[in-house]
Ligand binder design. Structure first.
Ligand code: GLU
Length: 221
């Protein structure tokens, strides 16, 4: 089990993401992390241990940005350390994941043959590289559809993109995922508890659904 949160807003998102991660700590506490689109680039801050340590690291890093994702981890693939902490990112894509990708070994071989370099021992990192690979030829929606078809196993995902800096993609199969609606901002979260301090307008993704969340609208596919 892991906890995920995403916020796209008019305002800075790192503190509300940290606050939501504190509520999600019951879902995982071996490491925690956050990524935002900060001055046009994906910037990650992650650490081993509890959200409290992440909060310190984030305040030292002066992380800014109006779109971001966060994660508390309960490791299934790869030891609990900072490198294996989520989010996992390429230059253009950053992901938080709750679940298990059962065919990650096979997908990793395919991606290494295409020249992708892996940093972590997690199953999750294959999703980052697969999306990065498909985005070379496909638009965002087609790339997501193709990647989700390739994954075996369970997932709730929150994904941000350097080249589409205003949105978050959410997707689920098996693992739970909620969307929250607020004034000038919208959210993604593992449960309503994570979103409660920001909104009580919440809906749940159906199994197999994905969504594109912008600060003023949410589309489901
Ligand atoms: N499989 C991922 C990892 O080990 C996510 C873990 C989970 O959802 O519990 O990092």
């Amino acid at each position: 089990m892991c906890g995920i949160i995403g916020i796209t807003s008019n305002k800075l998102v790192s503190s509300p993401i940290i606050n939501s991660l504190k509520k999600l700590e019951y879902r995982g506490y071996d490491s925690a992390g956050i990524a935002t689109i900060d001055s046009g680039f994906i910037k990650e801050v992650k650490c081993e241990g509890r959200v409290e340590s992440l909060e310190d690291a984030v305040s030292k890093s002066k992380l800014t940005g109006n779109v971001g994702i966060g994660h508390v981890r309960w490791a299934t693939h790869g030891v609990p350390n900072t490198i294996n902490a989520h989010p996992h990112s390429s230059e253009n894509v950053s992901i938080v994941h709750n679940g298990i990708i059962e065919n990650s070994t096979l997908l990793k071989k395919f991606l290494i043959n295409k020249g992708h370099k892996f940093k972590s021992q997690t199953d999750t990192e294959v999703i980052v590289h697969l999306i990065t690979e498909y985005l070379k030829k496909d638009n965002l929606k087609d790339a997501i559809i193709k990647v989700l078809k390739k994954l075996h196993g369970s997932f709730a995902l929150g994904i941000i993109f350097k080249d589409n800096p205003n949105l978050i993609v959410g997707a689920r199969r098996g693992s739970p995922l909620a969307v929250g609606y607020g004034p000038g901002e919208n959210y993604l979260g593992s449960d309503s508890y994570a979103l409660k301090s920001m909104t009580n307008k919440i809906s749940y993704l159906n199994d197999g659904e994905f969504c594109i969340i912008k600060k003023d609208n949410v589309e489901f596919f």
